[in-house]
Design a protein around this ligand. Structure first.
Ligand SMILES: NC(=O)c1ccc[n+]([C@@H]2O[C@H](COP(=O)([O-])OP(=O)(O)OC[C@H]3O[C@@H](n4cnc5c(N)ncnc54)[C@H](OP(=O)(O)O)[C@@H]3O)[C@@H](O)[C@H]2O)c1
Length: 294
């Protein structure tokens, strides 16, 4: 299994996978959603002190300025960081995407991004022309890539049937697809589809906000490998060749989440994790109204 072989070569969050254009991307990023609810960049600054250099943000998160502030105040050179942002649903379309990109850069205090992602394949559930809008949005992202404003481009929440029409028309195959991925909802159809085409998958909600931590199998694997539930979830992603983007608020958890290279989940246990009944799903699906979860 290719991803298994790759994971054994990774020893820290600074080790990298290679995107299809040759760009090295860290094997774990830091999720920034809801990290600035106190109106400050305090948690982001802590993440930098704790070693994080890859920040996943989005115009939708409303925190790009604070991400930029944390990076600026660190005093470290821009090139030490890997910054990803996303074009939101209401910003789709060729001209609007170019504008959204400039606004994100301005807020982040940078003139280039390491990764720019289309946040969702559909602006809403009623627009019958979503394929066209995706193609136009993608064209703008390709142009930004071709002039060197962004080092890699990709998508989020694209299932195979959203990728197919894009792949039919694109000049550049997306380098990344960021999807919900965790034990209990590993989205394997999409993971396999992407990996067969050289598209690196990233995991949002890598531990679905802790909802699966009490699961029997997760608990058994914790005892077997001497790991915490969060570490099992992150290690599962890494061994699947998937880049997890955990968010945490405390230095202790940040350290715990980075410390996932001291054990290897066996092949049999990986199959067990692959085959868990569905648990912890966020309720988000690109073709459906969000289904509230209890
Ligand atoms: N592309 C998309 O559509 C999309 C959608 C959703 C999310 N995302 C990205 O994915 C990132 C991750 O998602 P998320 O932040 O919503 O969820 P998550 O990372 O699955 O879970 C975060 C929650 O887990 C807790 N936690 C963190 N480390 C822990 C540990 N070691 N032990 C116990 N609990 C721990 C955190 O608590 P504390 O904060 O209190 O430590 C927080 O409540 C986001 O920040 C965002 O960047 C992308």
């Amino acid at each position: 299994m290719l991803s298994h072989k790759l994971s054994s070569e990774l020893h820290s969050i600074h080790d990298t996978l290679t995107l299809h254009n040759g760009l090295a991307i860290p094997c774990m990023g830091f999720g920034t959603y809801k990290t600035t609810l106190d109106g400050t960049s305090r948690i982001l600054k802590t993440a930098i002190v704790e070693g994080h250099r890859y920040f996943d943000t989005a115009s939708f998160y409303g925190n790009e300025m604070l991400v930029g502030e944390a990076i600026h105040d660190s005093g470290l050179p821009r090139e030490e960081f890997f910054i990803a942002s996303k074009v939101w649903r209401t910003e789709m379309g060729y001209e609007k995407t170019l504008m959204a990109f400039e606004n994100s850069c301005k807020r982040l205090g940078t003139d280039y991004l390491d990764l720019y992602l289309m946040h969702w394949p559909r602006p809403d559930l009623v627009d019958p022309d979503w394929r066209e809008l995706c193609a136009e949005t993608w064209q703008a992202m390709e142009d930004l890539y071709l002039v060197g404003r962004v080092r890699a481009i990709g998508v989020c929440n694209f299932l195979p049937h959203h990728l197919e029409p894009l792949l039919d028309r694109c000049r550049i195959v997306p380098m990344v697809n960021q999807i919900e991925f965790h034990p209990g909802y590993p989205n394997l159809a999409t993971v396999n589809y992407c990996q067969e085409r050289g598209i690196v998958v990233q995991a949002w909600w890598p531990f679905c906000r802790g909802r699966i931590f009490g699961d029997d199998l997760i608990q058994k694997l914790c005892a077997k490998y001497g790991a915490t539930p969060a570490q099992i979830c992150l290690r599962y992603a890494i061994q699947k060749g998937v880049i997890p983007l955990p968010k945490s608020s405390t230095p202790e958890r940040m350290r715990e989440n980075q410390n996932v290279f001291f054990f290897e989940i066996s092949k049999e246990d990986m199959y067990r994790l692959d085959s868990l009944p569905q648990i912890g799903w966020s309720g988000e699906h690109p073709d459906r109204v969000k289904i509230p979860q209890v």
